[in-house]
Design a protein around this ligand. Sequence first.
Ligand code: PLP
Length: 357
Amino acid sequence: MNGQHAPQSFDRVLSSMCTEPHPAARTAAERFLATNPGDPATYGTIAELESRAVELLCTVVDHPRSGPDLGYLTSGGTEANLQAVRAARNLAAGGDVNVVAPESAHFSFRKAAAILDVELRTVPLDRDHRADIEAASAAVDENTALVVGVAGSTEYGRVDPIPDLCAIAHETGARMHVDAAWGGFVLPFHDVPWTFADAPIDTMTIDPHKLGRAVVPAGGLVVRDPATLDALAIETPYLETHAQATVTGTRSGAGVAGAVAAMEELWPDGYRETAQRCQRNAEWLAAAFADRGYTVVDPSLPIVAASIPTPIFEELRSAGWKIARTDRGELRIVCMPHVTRDTLRAFLSDLDRIAES
Ligand code: PLP
């Protein structure tokens, strides 16, 4: 390690969607630093581990089947979302296709639309920041290749009405993608429909490197039907394997090994315990903000948004807190596994001191 740089400390990180990896993930990742799952004929062990990772992801997302042909580990949620759009475009009958997504969809869909030259139609949200079903229904047409639903939105942690969106997509002949990049490892412990068992969704993003506590980079793309991956495949003339569905060629074996280790260690009890602790922290923090008279968006998943005046927000940042704001300007705190009650107490005490001065 470069002696001049201290390793990242998570002590004051309150707005990131990544977290400290589980120790088992860290150890496993280190063992596979110089491996490339993009070349399975050469790096067989890591390729087997990737199959295991996909099977574990299938379990988490309640896939009706489990198999190594049902996805792969991406560089992150951005790549998985891009690939969902790409598959839908490739499988569409042709013409100018469009993608319908709620306004809360992650900006990676804007990147995907730009890269793939498809139209992105964003539809408004209801009063609880979830995709408005009537608006989505009005936005689709015969050129819609994909409808997107978010399961754990980036700003407010909301879960769109996935079965309704799925019905809208399939009625119009489009595919259905669920972006559970962040929410996927807490949602199994919430009573809300979001999985392959809850609706006939076609593709899903779920990232081990967020709430899955794997090392970066480890995103996940899971597909209902292996034909989706075929629609992404490109021939690979100089490798022993014949085709690649991934965006990048060389990929991170460390990310794959870390994801398997984290999921084997934590699914389901460890994730349940973490999800419950993060949720309790979020609810406690939301109540603390409300007690102080700030308007709070109810944390249905462990993200708290509160209307903190800009000068206070700026001073908190100057005090070293890694915080960010929503598009509407609210302070947004993501209660990730590394965020402890003590950290939140220290944060509130700084907030009170700044607000009183
Ligand atoms: N989707 C959602 C819902 C996200 O919250 C994020 C990132 O925060 C992404 C996709 C993009 O993931 P990544 O940064 O791993 O590419």
